[in-house]
Design a protein around this ligand. Structure first.
Ligand SMILES: [Zn+2]
Length: 137
């Protein structure tokens, strides 16, 4: 179903797709409206989400299913992936500047930002591989 919700940035009502059986908190409603609104803040939010998604794909390429293509062993522990994925989000939002994790038997994974606003994911296991998600605006 759809609902009209006000964008927290520009105030205009925007059509949002919502699940009928899940009640959204006020914060979730604001997030949802902003993520679909056509105003500059909405565009920035979507760009940020796209960059986070690319950075998380890169984490998967270096630490998850894609690791073997880079001659690295996938990190099995899902909690480690959860922290890395959350780290990419916090780095993208500027809440933290970087996150470095020394993984038991899995080398070092570092998530950081570059001078052009890109999010860098680097894994070192004797040798290093680095992938970057560029800023979308
Ligand atoms: Zn808006």
């Amino acid at each position: 179903m759809t609902r009209e919700l006000p964008c927290p940035s520009c105030g205009q009502l925007v059509m949002c797709r919502v699940s009928a059986d899940k009640e959204l908190s006020e914060q979730e409603e604001k997030e949802l409206a902003l993520s679909v609104c056509s105003c500059p803040a909405g565009k920035r939010r979507r760009a940020e989400q796209a960059q986070i998604a690319e950075a998380q794909d890169n984490i998967n390429m270096l630490c998850g299913e894609g690791a073997e293509e880079n001659n690295m062993t996938p990190i099995e522990n899902q909690d480690v992936h959860n922290i890395l994925n959350k780290g990419a989000e916090l780095v993208a939002k500027g809440e933290i500047f970087d996150l470095t994790m020394k993984v038991s038997g899995g080398g070092t994974v570092k998530i950081s930002t570059g001078p052009k606003g890109q999010i860098k994911v680097k894994r070192t296991v004797g040798f290093s591989e680095q992938l970057e998600a560029n800023q979308k605006i």
